[in-house]
Design a protein around this ligand. Structure first.
Ligand code: HPA
Length: 273
């Protein structure tokens, strides 16, 4: 067995001791979006720091634990706090929890993030269902020896976000009266927010929203043939407003205000699986 598979097996064995039940859905909660947990029937929690081979999250707004329980009548594993490349983790570290989810039997991955809006129709607090992505400055998490037990050396990325889930997510939002956009997310490393010229460039390149997460998780999930659904909460509009200074605090506040809409979509989508 490869060193990676051995590590993963150790992490899985540790988790199974605390939570032996089969899991169906994995959820990653982005900055300021942790409140979904309040809608879960929580059955177990494991701080990242206790998990063998898990990186430890450091960013404000991320509590850093795995939360196991029920949402929408399904067994789910939620990550409260994710690992970002800008924190100094490797792309493989960022990918690690997603691989753990897959080996726990999870087939569907729901990702969320706070993102800067660049599409002219977007407003702060809007949701964007991600229909495609550009992994622009993000290092690919599959660089290095391929793990054939997990997936192919050269995985297809023609449908990073599952079309069926996207349609369902859009229908759920419509029925609930929640306005959602669909668009392209570009992943950058951060941690500096973009310059005005960079926001403009990223929009010209075909992206509607920009953020510092998600793209690596999606790549590693697709490598393992998981279905992925993702939502960006638009927390700032870097491209338009003159003298618009973006702060982390503002991002967290806008995310928290929009969070109930995201939770509703994730919950109903999970119930529909
Ligand atoms: N840029 C990059 N990442 C972000 C932004 C942004 O404007 N907002 C929230 N995350």
């Amino acid at each position: 067995m490869s060193a990676l598979m051995e590590k993963l097996q150790e992490t899985i064995s540790f988790i199974r001791l605390s939570y032996p039940h089969p899991l169906e859905v994995g959820i990653v909660l982005g900055s300021g979006l942790g409140n979904l947990v309040a809608d879960m029937k929580v059955e177990a929690e494991i701080p990242y720091a206790d998990l063998p081979h898990f990186p430890v999250s450091t960013v404000e707004g991320h509590s850093g634990k795995l939360i196991f329980g029920e949402l929408g009548g399904k067994k789910v594993l939620a990550m409260a706090g994710r690992f970002h490349y800008y924190e100094g983790y490797t792309a493989q570290d960022v990918a690690y929890p997603i691989r753990v989810m897959k080996l726990l039997g999870i087939k569907t991955l729901l990702l969320s993030n706070a993102a800067g809006g660049m599409h002219p129709d977007f407003k702060v607090g809007d949701l964007m269902l991600i229909k495609d992505q550009i992994a622009l400055f993000a290092v690919n998490p599959l660089i290095g020896p391929n793990e054939p037990e997990l997936g192919l050396r050269f995985p297809d990325m023609s449908e990073p976000y599952d079309r069926g889930l996207l349609q369902k997510g859009a229908a759920i939002a419509l029925a609930a009266g929640i306005k959602v956009h669909q668009g392209v997310y570009v992943g950058v490393t951060g941690p500096s927010f973009e310059t005005r010229a960079e926001y403009k460039m990223l929009h010209v390149l075909g992206a509607d929203a920009v953020g510092m997460s998600t793209v690596q998780e999606c790549i590693v999930a697709r490598h393992m043939d998981m279905k992925v659904f993702a939502v960006s909460v638009i927390t700032d509009l870097g491209i338009r407003e003159e003298n618009n200074i973006i702060t982390h605090q503002e991002v967290l506040e806008a995310a928290a205000a929009a969070e109930p809409k995201l939770t509703l979509i994730f919950k109903e989508l999970t119930a529909s699986l």
